[in-house]
Write a protein that binds this ligand. Structure first.
Ligand code: P6P
Length: 315
């Protein structure tokens, strides 16, 4: 069996970049332990104030962010942290070459009902500024805290999936998963249909029409309400995830955040042979304008993403 340290050593990347990924992996392993015992420790619940997103902050959001901060402060090669939980970037007091953008605990609204949540992160060159296109990401990853604890990583060429073992080590369990180009599964919050644009309505209607509709095949729908859970399913068996711009989210630019949700997930999905778009532009080509910027996110199986882009191209 290959563990994370052995896999990182075999990647042709700078050893300091590898150490930054290892720090995020160690933080994720620690967060997994916290989440597993949270209900017993009375840590599931609210802390009584909201984060920069205006979302009620849960104790575990804050704890997870603190765990990430602790591990990054121990790594001299990281100098800046951008976090969903922090309004401003944190200077870590080193001249480290790398920056981390992270959602330390995505989907935390699911914690009360024990649904899979995750940590999402991207690694970038600190010298190139806070607002870099996703194409500039040097590495991306997420941890999925589910029945098993998974860690999914890429440096851009391929993807590796690790599972946390009973000794607390990350063991390589799936090397280079490929997202099938075709799929019969889509993920969208259908309760928002009345807000959708024509392209989203058209694409979903074709899927719901099944084998007798334009898509010519039967579809199934899945929506966990936790991006990491939905994306991990798509990475492992295909499908498409849609959180499109709609009439209610248009004023904010979308629902999901570019720097630490859309961009790292887009890098992982593209590295696994999938595609990632806003409907009109590739996510990784977007020029960020703010660290907490929100964007539309449509990603997964390439044939399905193409069908959505074709709907948007109709105007
Ligand atoms: P909705 C969780 O809060 C999150 O940011 C993503 O993890 C998830 O995909 C999305 O929001 C769910 O949004 O509108 O269905 O609650």
């Amino acid at each position: 069996m290959t563990d994370l340290a052995q896999w990182l050593a075999a990647q042709s990347v700078d050893s300091k970049l590898a150490s930054v990924v290892a720090s995020m992996a160690a933080a994720s392993a620690e967060i997994a332990g916290v989440l597993r015992m949270a209900p017993v420790a009375g840590q599931v619940g609210l802390v009584g104030h909201t984060n920069v997103q205006g979302e009620e902050q849960k104790a575990l959001d804050v704890i997870s962010n603190d765990v990430v901060l602790k591990h990054l402060r121990e790594n001299p090669d990281v100098s800046i942290l951008v976090s969903e939980e922090l309004e401003e970037p944190v200077e870590l007091g080193t001249d480290g070459a790398y920056m981390i953008a992270t959602d330390p605990l995505d989907g935390s609204s699911n914690l009360d009902v024990n649904v899979t949540v995750g940590t999402i992160f991207a690694v970038l060159n600190a010298a190139d500024g806070l607002l870099q296109k996703g194409r500039a990401q040097l590495a991306a990853g997420y941890a999925a805290y589910g029945p098993a604890t998974s860690l999914v990583l890429t440096f851009g060429q391929s993807v590796a999936v690790f599972t946390l073992d009973s000794a607390g080590d990350w063991i390589l369990t799936t090397d280079n998963p490929r997202i099938p180009e075709a799929s019969g599964e889509f993920a969208i919050n259908t309760a928002r249909e009345r807000f959708w644009d024509a392209a989203t309505k058209g694409y979903v209607a074709e899927n719901v029409a099944g084998e007798h509709g334009a898509a010519g095949k039967r579809y199934n729908m899945r929506w966990v309400g936790s991006m990491v859970a939905d994306i991990h399913r798509i990475l492992m068996r295909g499908g498409i995830f849609l959180y499109p711009l709609d009439s209610e989210t248009v004023s904010k630019g979308g629902r999901l955040r570019l720097l630490y949700e859309a961009n790292p997930m887009a890098m992982l999905v593209e590295a696994a042979g999938g595609d990632a778009t806003t409907g009109r532009e590739k996510i990784l080509d977007l020029q960020p304008t703010a660290i907490h910027q929100r964007v539309p996110v449509i990603l997964g199986s390439a044939d399905e993403v193409k069908r959505v882009e074709d709907w948007y191209a109709k105007g």
